[in-house]
Design a protein around this ligand. Structure first.
Ligand code: GP9
Ligand code: MN
Length: 626
């Protein structure tokens, strides 16, 4: 093995062995989804990049014995980290997070079953540890321990270049990988387990610091604000209209209001939903805005369940999944409701597996609850029609009354759809995204119609209310040119852009008969108080920023997460006040109406952020609902 006179740099051997091992674990023991050649490439290189960075540091250690010790222990520690994650993964299909290590939670549940999660062949993980151990101890004379200064600087430069290269490829393949903070699996896949742990640790320390320094002293002013500026007087006429009924909430992926009662190539896009807008049992809100940011679907969920704003950066589900909340599922749970989420995606996506129990959800039917095959899936996974169909068997077993949330998936960027599922033609513009959007929206419309029938057949329809809400925009401003063509406008102005942030909201109450189209200025922040009111539940001293949509006494504005806002008269965006009806910029002399609100908007977003950053609800003794 050794060539006479030639010394081997042990850190290179360690890098190669450790890199190969890590790759094998990623590829064959973790089930990371590889979608294309680029992802495969990143997966191959990142284990070696991480290993090189860890082991190349050894060249800076002068004393040979210490250098050898460093390599030995780093191989061992690195292997133990992989091993611990592997065992954890076998049970939870997820990676260890710092809070899990320290707060028990999932990790604690491993308990006795831990032995059953360890396999005999895991011993092979330690082969390189033994090799390095042996070489560094018994063959020290055969390995290099002295490096010239230029060699040391070179390894350092190479380490930096490798890590930058790896991050660059990762960011190219998955833009905003770090800022959006949305999935551990993605992080591991793109930058490796060790960088993921460093990232997780940094995130955790940041959150912890803010947590430690918060003492709840902001609470009195927040409470006062909620009492005077948010709380509504009296109750709406619909208070208690759905008492004891089940709530079936459909989070409609990327559904925007501009498709409702609209056509493409002369064909109706959403015939079923259009029907609902005229249906006596349905209230349709035409001026309902999404208020999400980088956390997209999860932000919309956060708004709905908490009536708090999501954060301006990152997904709050991910960054503050350990906070205390006073969320809708928990409140409904106090009233005897059983709550569950149905969503055929990987459960760790958006940290849902940790966030849902924390919000008070009783159960999460994630991807594993569904039979996903190559024929019934496309794009992001299970097709919506199969999703609803397969969900029925679970829904029928739930104890009533229940609060359930169904999150659809097919109408997700890049809006792929099999030929046989397309009922309407694609649009024709320079944007494939917009062109593809229409047939997938129609597919979702059909799947929701089918779900209504299934609910009726199962006898669950009459005693439920069904809420359908778009989660966020599907067509970003990158497609403004195509969008202006479709909407037959010269251009998409900042005003138009805000109006395109409208997503449909349908509140369907079987047997009600008084439904209508509502033009109330409304947003996702309003869902929690609205649902509580429909169910006839009063929660005293709650802290939230939305209003019951059916109560006339409402705050007059809806805030988007970027600070833009909408009132019945104005839309404020890009430092300009626009007339709500016409979209014309308002004369400077008349902009008081907008400028008066800007400060308030900042205060309100600031209070919501304070609650999240400081985890302030841990200082509040919420009373039980009555
Ligand atoms: C992921 C699904 C889509 O589970 O909810 O998330 P999005 O990309 O729309 O935020
Ligand atoms: Mn979404």
């Amino acid at each position: 093995m050794f060539i006479k006179g030639v010394k081997i740099p042990l850190y290179v051997v360690a890098t190669i062995l450790f890199g190969i091992k890590t790759y094998i674990v990623y590829r064959f023991l973790f089930h990371l989804e590889i979608e294309n050649a680029m992802q495969e490439f990143i997966l191959v290189i990142n284990p070696f990049v991480s290993a090189f960075i860890i082991f190349a540091i050894s060249v800076w250690i002068r004393k040979p014995s210490r250098q050898m010790k460093y390599l030995r222990y780093m191989t061992l520690i690195g292997t133990l980290i992989i091993f611990a994650n592997l065992v954890f993964y076998r049970s939870f299909s997820d990676f260890i997070t710092v809070p899990q290590l320290f707060q028990g939670g999932n990790a604690g549940d491993l308990g006795e079953s831990i032995l059953s999660l360890i396999k005999l062949y895991d011993i092979l993980l330690f082969v390189d540890v033994i090799v390095i151990w042996y070489l560094s101890k018994a063959k020290q004379d055969k390995v290099t321990t002295k490096y010239p200064r230029s060699g040391k600087v070179c390894t350092l430069a190479l380490s930096l270049a490798l890590i930058v290269g790896n991050f660059f490829l990762a960011e190219m393949e998955r833009p905003q990988l770090f800022t959006r903070a949305f999935d551990r699996e993605y992080l591991v896949k793109y930058v490796g387990l060790f960088n993921y742990h460093i990232y997780d640790l940094a995130l955790h320390s940041k959150v912890k610091t803010q947590h430690v320094f918060a003492d709840g002293s902001e609470l009195p002013s927040i409470k006062e604000y909620v009492e005077t500026d948010i709380e509504q007087s009296g109750k709406s006429e619909l208070f208690g209209i759905a008492e004891d009924r089940n709530v079936i909430f459909i989070s409609a992926e990327s559904l925007q209001s501009f498709v409702i009662n609209n056509t493409v190539n002369g064909q109706e896009i959403t015939p079923f939903l259009n029907g609902l807008t005229e249906d006596g049992d349905t209230y349709y809100f035409e001026n309902f805005y999404h208020q999400t940011e980088q956390g997209k679907t999860s932000d919309s969920e956060f708004l709905v369940e908490n009536s708090l704003y999501p954060l301006s950066r990152g997904a709050v589900f991910f960054t503050h999944g350990q906070n205390e909340y006073h969320a809708l599922p928990e409140l409904l749970g106090n009233e005897g409701y059983y709550s569950a989420v149905f969503h055929a995606n990987n459960k760790s996506f958006y940290n849902r597996d940790q966030m849902y129990p924390n919000l008070g959800f009783d159960y999460f039917y994630d991807e594993d609850a569904y039979e996903v095959t190559s024929t019934n899936s496309i794009g992001w996974g299970l097709k919506d029609k199969s999703f609803f169909e397969q969900s029925m068997k679970y829904l029928q077993t739930l104890e009533e009354p229940f609060y359930t949330k169904f999150i659809t998936l097919t109408n997700h960027f890049p809006f792929e759809l099999d030929e046989q599922d397309q009922s309407i033609d694609r649009y024709d513009s320079n944007s494939n995204t917009l062109n593809n959007f229409f047939p997938t929206v129609r597919y979702m419309d059909e799947s929701i119609e089918q779900f209504f029938t299934q609910l009726k057949d199962a006898g669950l329809y009459e005693n439920s209310i069904i809420i359908i809400m778009g989660d966020h925009y599907g067509i970003s401003s990158n497609h403004n040119k195509a969008m202006s063509q479709y909407l037959d406008k010269e251009e998409i102005t900042p005003y138009d852009h805000v109006q395109l942030q409208r997503v449909p909201l349908f509140v369907h109450i079987p047997g009600h008969g008084e439904g209508e189209v509502k033009s109330t200025i409304a947003g996702q922040i309003d869902m929690k108080p609205t649902i509580l009111s429909l169910l006839g539940i009063e929660v005293e001293d709650d802290i939230y920023f939305g209003n019951d949509l059916f109560n006339e006494d409402r705050k007059e504005y809806i805030i988007l997460r970027n600070g833009d806002f909408i009132t019945k008269d104005y839309i404020y965006t890009h430092d300009t006040c626009y007339n709500f009806e016409t979209g014309a910029p308002v004369e400077e002399s008349q902009t008081d109406a907008c400028s008066q609100l800007t400060e308030k908007v900042e205060t309100e977003l600031g209070y919501s952020d304070d609650i999240i950053y400081g985890d302030l609800f841990r200082f509040v003794d919420f009373k039980e609902a009555n």
